[in-house]
Write a protein that binds this ligand. Structure first.
Ligand SMILES: [Zn+2]
Length: 115
C-alpha cells in the first residue's frame, strides 16, 4: 500500500530527528498534505496508526493539515483553487496555468519530548 510506505518513511524521519536531539519520545507530528499529492486521507491516517506502533511516536498526536490546491494563471496572474493539475483559468479562460500549491507532502513540525 502506497500510504503505508509513506507513513513508514514519516516515522523514520521523525525518529531520526528525535535521536539527533536526544529526545526520549515524540509528542506530536504535524503533516502538510496537498489535496493533489495523491494521498488518500483515510488510507494515510490508517497507515499512520499502524506505522507509529512500537516507534518513538507511538503516543504522538498526529495532526493532518490538508492543503487546497491553488493554481496561478500565467496570463492574467489570478490565483484560483484547482482540483486538477491542468485547468483553464476561470478569469480569462487561458490554459496557461500552473499549480503553485497542493502537491506537497511534508512534515511541518515535530514536537519532541526531552528529559
Ligand atoms: Zn487568467
Amino acid at each position: 500500500m502506497h500510504e503505508l510506505s509513506i507513513a513508514m518513511q514519516i516515522i523514520e524521519i521523525v525518529e531520526e530527528e528525535a535521536k539527533n536531539h536526544a529526545a526520549v519520545g515524540i509528542s506530536a507530528i504535524k503533516l502538510d498534505i496537498g489535496k493533489l499529492s495523491g494521498i488518500e486521507p483515510d488510507a494515510l491516517e490508517f497507515a499512520m496508526e499502524e506505522a507509529v506502533r512500537g516507534s518513538m511516536a507511538e503516543k504522538a498526536e498526529v495532526q493532518y493539515n490538508y492543503i487546497q490546491a491553488v493554481s496561478v494563471c500565467e496570463d492574467c496572474c489570478h490565483e484560483f483553487e484547482s482540483q486538477d493539475y491542468f485547468k483553464t483559468c476561470p478569469f480569462c479562460n487561458s490554459l496557461n496555468t500552473s499549480l503553485i500549491r497542493g502537491k506537497e507532502l511534508k512534515i511541518a513540525a515535530i514536537d519532541l519530548i526531552t528529559n
